[in-house]
Ligand binder design. Sequence first.
Ligand code: 3PG
Length: 305
Amino acid sequence: MKVLVATEKPFAAAAVEGIRKETEAAGNELVLLEKYTEKSQLLAAVADVDAIIIRSDKIDAEVLAAAKNLKIVVRAGAGYDNVDLAAATQHGVVVENTPGQNANAVAELVFGLLVSAVRGFYNGKAGTELLGKKLGILAFGNVGRNVARIAKGFGMDVYAYDAYCPADVIEAAGVKAVACQDALFEQCDVVSLHIPATPETKQSIGYDLVGKMQQGGVLVNTARKEVIDESGLLRLMSERPDLRFVTDIKPDADADFQALEGRYFSTPKKMGAQTAEANINAGLAAAKQITAFFNDGCTKFQVNK
Ligand code: 3PG
């Protein structure tokens, strides 16, 4: 079998090495397409492969149609909104993710962004501390749980809301469960987003919701660009000079947010999962899932059932 690693944003070398070892030990061949810039390169690379490992790379209907031998796509990471699941199912292709494998890396970046925001992006003026502040975690999945763990080390008062996770599960993790999304924004000094991009969540974080935040509130986005209603948030931030927004996913309206001097920061490229450890964890998990699929028909992490 031929396994393609197609990563516009490449894994660390050690992760690629691990994927190669796992793939070759299983008797399969590994091919690499890294740092590609054109979709045509991806279309050419998928032509004769049986499996693909990707990150945020887009696998749409055209790519699936071009991949005549394809049987499985593994998204080395959590979110799979970059894969056309319906088209994959139509082509008989199994789609999997590797949940949890890069969660700590993303959670650590939340605090990198947050400390820099509350210290005024190191402008030399007196900032504020995280100790004793209320942190709201929106969605209590793998990343949200890691954020809660780290927040306790900072001495923060931790709250969470998750439409799909019962309150008692949140409370069992030593986190205060709130009844709804609105309450999370109303009660907290900082809200960190960990929701996937779905039809329900797209553009759901905007003027009304963020406007409920306390004075001096900070919004942290390490989830997806699409969940933000950019024009609503911009309007709110122009009316509320106390609010700050830090993000690991550059908004389309980046230039407009940049104009809110001293209250906004975006990483130049999504960096949350970009650590050697997360690359090794997620990349190797993806390679092992492909081995298990070809050897035993295992589809434990399938997301297009
Ligand atoms: C994920 O969904 O796992 C994260 O957003 C990481 O995405 P990346 O692999 O493109 O960095």
